[in-house]
Design a protein around this ligand. Sequence first.
Ligand SMILES: Nc1ncnc2c1ncn2[C@@H]1O[C@H](COP(=O)(O)OP(=O)(O)OP(=O)(O)O)[C@@H](O)[C@H]1O
Ligand SMILES: [Mg+2]
Length: 272
Amino acid sequence: MSNKTFVSPEIEKNTIEELSKQLIKANSELKKLQEEREIMFANISHDLRAPMTAIRSAVDLALSEENPSREDLRSTIELIDRRSKTLEALVDDMYFLYSVSNVPKSLEFEKIDAVPFLEEYFYDLQIDSRFDDFEMLLDIEQGLECEISIDIQKMIRVLDNLFTNAARYSVRDCDGNPIKKPAIRLKAGRDNDRLMISVMDNGPGIPEKDLPYVFMRTYMVSNARTPESGKNGSGLGLSIAKTIVEKHNGTIECKSIVGEGTEFVISLPVCC
Ligand SMILES: Nc1ncnc2c1ncn2[C@@H]1O[C@H](COP(=O)(O)OP(=O)(O)OP(=O)(O)O)[C@@H](O)[C@H]1O
Ligand SMILES: [Mg+2]
């Protein structure tokens, strides 16, 4: 007796159609990943090259002087020191991102109450001098009680980047004028089986055309995507944040209106 199964032509057609749809989807996801990787390599090479060129020129200049003065030598060494720190930060962030993405068990989960965690985090910010010029607001839904399973240090790193960004990029409006009453709000509430945490500022906002790229590795919205200025970081902060949140089975999204402000919303599963 043959054990061949009969498959109707209709079912076969549907299966083939479904498979080809999946293939097309996988193909376009692969293409997107490849494009993202190319941009990442271009950005990383740019960001590595800029401080390295500065260090190289400083060394060449110092070596070319027969009798450099103490002041000249000191300012050269200070420049090398600043640029090396930029390089170190970039390499550290790249390694951190690599290990969170690829090393198994790189996260240590703990079940904790979300509200005391957020309150404690917020009170630490209030005594942090980087936020002295900001009105700091805490807005936790009344009666909110929920447990979440998180790697505390990694989640703090996510929040730190969101708050540092809010402070760093909300000082001036789109025209470059100081914002009159800069404010940063930490909001938390429950949406069914998810805890929603958001960090909002009333800064210049992010142009709509840039929004799809903010979580991309080493993307910086401003043209001054320069480690040279010493003002900005590696540009990996949001990419690291997204990787960490996704390792918690969560999501992070950015909503922004130019001239009004930016909000980053994290959604995390609540423990049953
Ligand atoms: N709250 C915000 N308001 C306006 N622009 C923002 C805000 N948050 C992020 N951005 C833009 O998104 C870019 C990416 O942010 P991200 O945190 O990934 O990198 P970074 O802050 O430049 O560097 P790093 O976080 O590594 O120190 C920033 O360079 C900035 O242009
Ligand atoms: Mg940042």
